[in-house]
Design a protein around this ligand. Structure first.
Ligand code: GDP
Length: 280
């Protein structure tokens, strides 16, 4: 009962034709240029895909069948410079083309809900990871890199800012709650997060412990390195620093806990263990 169709979020005609053909009752818009660093390299593409792409689906729903329920994948990056803990009431302060494009999609979703009465929800999801996370995102880059180093398939991992703080959850928990959001009487927007925060360096320390790879940190700032078996395995490469960076994300997801009785099953430890187990 699972059918795949080709389409492209930047191609409004195809989106419209697909919605006419498939006659969906729910649409989950996860289509995006979703990498923050890439959005600085490709700002126009990011905006066209993430902001206009969302508008194309909303327009198609409005014109074809306004009863179709719509989920928009928002992101904690939209909070940007606003200090944690971030909730539905925190002001947005985006500082990357990615965050600006997603915030445009966020407000367009609200606009179509208010203007045309669509059942349209924004999930404001904090970082969510899994064993199938893309390799250019930091968690997967670290786990895969460490496993490769242990197997002598790779010598080093080059990273950027080790001190950014993130609220990392498991994608499995988050996907379930996307569905729950569309099963309510009224459409609402929700923050989805674990409420815990770790630095990139904490993530590395936890992963190396679980992989039984004792490391020692030496040096400061741009010269900081992690050593394993007396060899440097993690080094800083300034190429991975972003022109502007969100320093600290930690979500307050009380609203979704109360309304939808949602609590994540995974924590940072079980998330890392799952990634290691499936990738090994
Ligand atoms: P994001 O929070 O959506 O940007 O998810 P990422 O996994 O791409 O990045 C998480 C954090 O790790 C950000 O603060 C990055 O600056 C930081 N980071 C440090 N080194 C790297 C790296 O080599 N790659 C990526 N993707 N992020 C890195």
């Amino acid at each position: 009962k699972f059918f795949l169709y080709y389409g492209d979020i930047t191609d409004g005609l195809t989106i419209t034709q697909l919605i006419r053909k498939i006659k969906p009752t729910e649409i989950y818009n996860l289509a995006a240029q979703s990498h923050v660093a890439v959005s600085f390299e490709l700002p126009e593409y990011t905006m066209v895909t993430n902001a206009l792409g969302t508008l194309k689906i909303l327009e198609a729903i409005k014109n074809i069948n306004p009863k179709i329920k719509f989920y928009q994948a928002g992101t904690s990056e939209m909070f940007g410079l606003s200090p944690p803990p971030q909730s539905e009431n925190t002001p947005f302060s985006p500082i990357s083309p990615y965050a600006v494009s997603k915030l445009s999609a966020h407000w367009m979703t609200i606009t179509y809900r208010e203007a045309y009465g669509l059942y349209a929800c924004n999930g404001i999801l904090f970082n969510h990871e899994s064993p199938i996370r893309g390799e250019t995102f930091v968690t997967q880059k670290i786990i895969k890199g460490l496993i490769n180093i242990k197997k002598n398939k790779q010598k080093k991992i080059f990273l950027g800012n080790l001190y950014a703080k993130r609220d990392w959850g498991h994608a499995k928990d988050y996907v379930q709650v996307m569905w729950k959001m569309l099963q309510q009487n009224k459409p609402k927007d929700y923050v989805v997060a674990t409420g815990t925060q770790y630095t990139v360096k904490d993530f590395i320390n936890l992963a190396t412990k679980k992989l039984n790879m004792p490391i020692i940190w030496k040096g400061k700032k741009l010269k900081e390195k992690a050593y394993y078996n007396n060899k440097p395995i993690i080094e800083i490469d300034s190429r991975y620093f972003r022109p502007s960076e969100v320093d600290s994300l930690k979500g307050n997801s009380k609203k979704i806990k109360k309304d939808l009785n949602w609590k994540p099953k995974y924590n940072i430890h079980t998330l890392i263990e799952d990634m290691i187990k499936k990738i090994k």
